[in-house]
Design a protein around this ligand. Structure first.
Ligand code: ADP
Length: 304
């Protein structure tokens, strides 16, 4: 049966061995999972191992500019070197004449964007549970000198077991040495740190800490702190640090304190990941579950 997008349902990977022997690995292309900047993402099943993965399909036609190609190579190089339970697993990549295929660990429960759309906002316990996982992944990344630079709900995937998996390393960078500063302007408007917008001083790991603060606010309040209807105004608000906590949303003092400490304009004044983990928001004497039940994809957890 012809597919709506006219692409073949079987994708072939040509493997050339060192001795020159050629073999073919086949994948059947299944369900469409979503689309991003350049990529369309599908479920792929290896016909050999029957293993199911998510495959990002990037048309080579979109990689004609050397910058785009370089970006994809950087994404692959960084992502394939990462191994952490809260980072989308990188399985494999290959190409044919039409596309580059990036095979990733399949996350069956969409992203936290869809979760928040259904739920409006999350409880503090859920927010603690998710943030603990994000912080664990971030500690690993920063420990390997990788800055993600695009942390946002749409890049937090949920596995079948409801674990968070950070994905999309398209804007990530690996520092060559500890004090190195980056200058490229990148990120997603609502989550971008003020020093990235400023551009003069360069930026580093603290941009991910800022985004973590924006994520925390967004999960608890239901919308990002600096959101407006146009990007310019959002940027102005970020530069002026103009945000507030809505009165109609009940928030604990500790959650507001954590967010206020993180969302400070001067990156050197932001808490470290270790300080964030030690903050009272995560240490209230309650047990934070490792994961939440799938029922919380649609409804708040029962208060037992
Ligand atoms: P881009 O880098 O082009 O923005 P993304 O990484 O954001 O592409 O992927 C685009 C979409 O594909 C995502 O929004 C999501 O719907 C889907 N997707 C990406 N990776 C996975 C995955 N590992 N498991 C399930 N779906 C995924």
């Amino acid at each position: 049966m012809a597919q709506a997008d006219e692409q073949p349902a079987i994708i072939e990977e040509k493997i050339v061995r060192v001795n020159g022997e050629i073999s073919i690995r086949q994948y059947s292309k299944g369900r469409f999972l979503g689309k991003g900047g350049f990529a369309r993402c599908y479920e792929f099943t290896s016909l050999e191992s029957r293993k199911l993965t998510a495959s990002k399909v990037v048309p080579k036609a979109s990689l004609t500019k050397s910058r785009a190609k370089q970006k994809l190579m950087t994404e692959i190089k960084i992502h394939r070197s990462l191994h952490h339970p809260n980072i989308v697993g990188f399985e494999h990549f290959f190409e044919d004449s039409e596309n580059v295929y990036i095979l990733l660990e399949l996350c069956t429960n969409q992203t936290m964007n869809e979760l928040l759309r259904r739920r409006k906002r999350l409880t503090e316990l859920e927010t603690q549970c998710y943030l603990v996982q994000v912080i664990s992944a971030l500690s690993y990344l920063h420990g390997h000198r990788v800055i993600h630079r695009d942390l946002k709900l749409g890049n937090f995937f949920l596995s079948d077991k409801m674990e968070i998996k950070i994905g999309d390393f398209g804007l990530a960078t690996k520092l060559e040495f500890d004090g190195e500063k980056k200058r490229t302007i990148c990120g997603t408007p609502n989550y971008i740190a003020p020093e990235v917008l400023d551009g003069k001083q360069g930026h580093s790991y603290e941009v991910d800490i800022w985004s973590l603060g924006v994520v925390a606010y967004t999960l608890l309040v239901g919308k990002p702190p600096f959101e407006t209807s146009d990007v310019k105004t959002t940027y102005r608000r970020i530069r002026m640090n103009a945000y507030s906590f809505p009165e109609n949303v009940p928030l604990s003092e500790s959650s507001k304190n954590l967010i206020t400490r993180i969302l400070v304009t001067d990156p050197t004044k932001r808490p470290t990941l270790t300080e964030i983990q030690a903050h009272e928001f995560f240490n209230q004497g309650n047990t934070i579950p490792k994961t939440l039940p799938p029922s919380t994809l649609a409804c708040p957890p029962s208060a037992s």
